[in-house]
Design a protein around this ligand. Structure first.
Ligand code: KG4
Ligand code: ZN
Length: 405
């Protein structure tokens, strides 16, 4: 099964072609990621309108390159997958509409993928691990511990009550005058800093649940920085190192709790799996390794380029869903908010799959006209999407940090 995947939820324009064997083994045929970091850097965060326009400008070329690199044709694809949420509405509309157009023209199934599900399933592409496993997802928009029990079967064990970990790294970086995105910068500064110089809190330590809270830590760091202002270069290094150490201590404690809850409710996990941009942090990886070992399991950490947003994870999730008969209609709307717990699985979606098969049958039977009817459905779906986006934007403050994975 060969699937094209499109990712446009935040500030990466990405496309990839991935193959999944009948036995479930994955192979990346191409993986093209264009980061928009330069376009957003001046604003210290992702600007949704700039992101949407940049996706429109570049997505066609990125898809073209992914197809070329893979040496495959649109005809030989088995499906087209796109991230349909959660994320910034403008980008979602661009990626999903493009996928619908390809699916329609090439008469291929469409798979609308949840971006978080794609992060969750990446370890099966890279390491072929079996269910159930414990996922630690830490990105700029999300911090969650999840029991991954099967395709479309996710139980949230804990998560952040306020800032996501990546978001906290980004805010700290901004406070220190370090460029965006902050995570890698903070990690770099921390390498030559003293992690014990500032006594920062470890929020939620020892709690029986698996939740996180990071806003207090961020405030405590700001107060420390204000106390010693103006801060020198060494102060920045020490502040970064102290912050990173506090985050690592919190992650260790929260994951210990999460793994205990996992064992009690879902049995032994096959692995502790990490995903999201924060997993690119060497020190975070080290502590995850230790926690996994302590809990009697192993850490599976996909390579950093597959932990951050990419098209291969979307293509793979599309292939995994398609292997279970899960596909989506052309009027599927984007979902700016879409918690993992609301992702459908094989059982729930049997009716949708049947309806999809019926739609394909009808389209085949009524050749020319069916295409027109489908195009109408797609356009109606997109109008709905645009409305949904307007609604979401109205109810949401236009904070530069996006609600993506
Ligand atoms: O998963 P991701 O690429 O995008 C989404 O948020 O969807 O994650 C990006 C986040 C940013 O907040 C970035 O600062 C953080 O991951 N990050 C890091 C590191 N590399 C990226 N945080 C800490 N240390 C890093 N090395
Ligand atoms: Zn993500």
């Amino acid at each position: 099964m060969v699937v094209l995947g499109i990712e446009t939820t935040c500030d990466e324009t990405a496309a990839a072609v991935v193959e999944r064997s009948d036995a479930g083994a994955g192979r990346i045929l191409s993986n093209v990621v264009l980061s928009q970091v330069d376009e957003h850097a001046a604003f210290g965060g992702v600007v949704p309108e700039i992101a949407a326009r940049a996706h429109v400008a570049r997505l066609d070329q990125i898809i073209g390159k992914a197809m070329l690199d893979a040496g495959t044709s649109f005809d030989s694809l088995d499906a087209v997958a796109a991230a349909a949420g959660p994320g910034l509405i403008g980008g979602l509309i661009v990626g999903l509409t493009t996928a619908k157009a390809i699916a329609l023209v090439c008469e291929k199934p469409l798979v609308a993928v949840n971006h978080l599900e794609a992060h969750a399933l990446t370890a099966r592409l890279t390491d072929g691990i079996a269910f159930p496993y414990c996922l630690f997802l830490a990105s700029g928009g999300h911090t969650q511990i999840v029991a991954v029990r099967g395709v479309g079967d996710y139980v949230r064990l804990g998560g952040t009550l306020d800032d996501a970990i990546g978001e906290a790294f980004d805010k700290i970086a901004k406070l220190m005058g370090l460029p965006y995105p902050g995570g890698p910068q903070v990690e770099k500064e921390a390498q030559s800093g003293d992690p014990n110089r500032f006594a920062l809190p470890r929020p939620m330590l020892g709690k029986l649940n698996a939740d996180f809270s990071l806003s207090g830590l961020k405030t405590a760091l700001r107060l420390e920085a204000e106390k010693i202002a103006p801060i020198s270069e060494q102060d920045v290094r020490d502040l970064c190192a102290s912050f990173q150490q506090a985050v690592i201590d919190v992650v260790a404690d929260r994951l210990r709790s999460g793994l205990k809850i996992f064992r009690a409710e879902h049995g032994a996990p096959t692995a502790l799996v990490t995903a999201g941009g924060v997993a690119a942090n060497e020190q975070v990886r080290k502590v995850l390794q230790r926690i996994a070992f302590e809990a009697g399991t192993t850490l599976v950490a996909p390579p950093p380029e597959l932990c951050t947003d990419n098209g291969a994870m979307i293509a793979w999730a599309g292939a995994e869903r398609l292997a279970h008969g899960l596909r989506d209609m052309l009027d599927t709307p984007p979902h700016p908010r879409w918690p993992l717990s609301e992702v459908s699985g094989p059982a729930v979606s049997a009716a949708t799959a049947e309806a999809g098969a019926a739609e394909a049958g009808a389209a085949a039977a009524a050749a020319g006209d069916a295409g027109a009817a489908d195009a109408g459905a797609a356009a109606a779906g997109d109008a709905g999407a645009a409305n949904a986006g307007a609604g979401d934007a109205a109810g949401d403050s236009p904070a530069p940090t996006p609600p993506s994975g």
